[in-house]
Design a protein around this ligand. Structure first.
Ligand SMILES: NC(=O)c1ccc[n+]([C@@H]2O[C@H](COP(=O)([O-])OP(=O)(O)OC[C@H]3O[C@@H](n4cnc5c(N)ncnc54)[C@H](OP(=O)(O)O)[C@@H]3O)[C@@H](O)[C@H]2O)c1
Length: 254
């Protein structure tokens, strides 16, 4: 996008972790950022912290698993700004590291509610606003553990996991694989509309989702999602981009 002036973004799950940092970095670039959070207190606290830096950040009550909450958020955006340039589907939950054979289907279903169905609910509710912007970006925050090619080769192309030790987390990994498929499906529907749809792998970032075992800071974890959220009009769609420390990032296999 050539100018970020007065552009509007929504970041889901932005009260902490990578999402909060994505919100901060987009607002720093001059975007008006709606900071999505399911908990009012946590959302308002994050809004206050970012506003203290002089940024135009607005708490948006948004539980991605609650269709009514999503519909209310879409109505508010329609009234207040009328269009949307950037949607970052960042909200996500983790799942336990345990063999698939010992993972109840109910647990998988619960993770999919947020990581997959939540993304679909939010995207469909906000697409009319994104279409009105003419040029817009959707970024789905995925993970390299969702790469089917990496799983098939039992090889992590980012080098976080040792060769032959690709993680087998049924709920989390397959939710991100499904999210990748969702990303491609929207990207194909929206080709030629000016809406670019891509997936980001933020790297192994120290946040609550992994008990702060990650090795990167949230600032670096937000870098690739922000890069994809601010692509120029001739930027790619249907790309899976990961953090590897290079300015352009690492194209990951689906
Ligand atoms: N950290 C990593 O190494 C890593 C690696 C690859 C991908 N990711 C992805 O990055 C994204 C952000 O994760 P993170 O590492 O920043 O973890 P985090 O600190 O645990 O943040 C997760 C965020 O999602 C929100 N959330 C969860 N369920 C929600 C719902 N139903 N509605 C709205 N918000 C909801 C959480 O809100 P509450 O505070 O209310 O729970 C929180 O704001 C996730 O999609 C994750 O899968 C992370």
């Amino acid at each position: 996008m050539s100018s970020d002036a007065a552009r509007v973004a929504v970041v889901t799950g932005a009260n902490k972790g990578i999402g909060r940092e994505i919100a901060w970095q987009l607002a720093e670039r001059g975007l008006v950022v709606y900071l999505g959070a399911r908990d009012e207190e946590r959302g308002l606290a994050a809004e206050r912290a970012l506003r203290a830096d002089g940024l135009d950040v607005r708490f948006l009550h948004l539980d991605v698993t609650d269709e009514k909450s999503v519909a209310r958020a879409a109505e508010r955006l329609l009234t207040e700004v009328g269009l949307l340039h950037v949607l970052v589907n960042n909200a996500g939950v983790g799942g336990p590291v345990q063999p698939p054979s010992q993972t109840p289907a109910e647990q998988v279903r619960r993770v999919y509610e947020t990581n997959v169905f939540g993304v679909i609910t939010v995207t469909n509710a906000l697409l009319p606003l994104l279409r009105r912007a003419g040029s817009a970006r959707i970024v789905n925050v995925s993970s390299v553990v969702g790469s089917l090619a990496a799983a098939a080769g039992n090889l992590d192309p980012t080098g976080v996991h040792r060769p032959g030790e690709f993680p087998t987390m049924l709920s989390y990994s397959t939710s991100k694989a499904a999210l990748n498929a969702v990303t491609l499906t929207y990207a194909n529907e929206l080709r030629g509309t000016g809406i670019l749809v891509n997936a980001a792998s933020p790297g192994f970032v120290a946040t609550d989702i992994n008990g702060h075992n990650g090795v990167l800071g949230a600032e670096q974890g937000a870098r690739i999602p922000v890069l994809l959220a601010t692509l120029d009009d001739d930027g790619p769609t249907a790309t899976f981009l990961g953090e590897n420390g290079t300015p352009e990032g690492q194209v990951l296999p689906w």
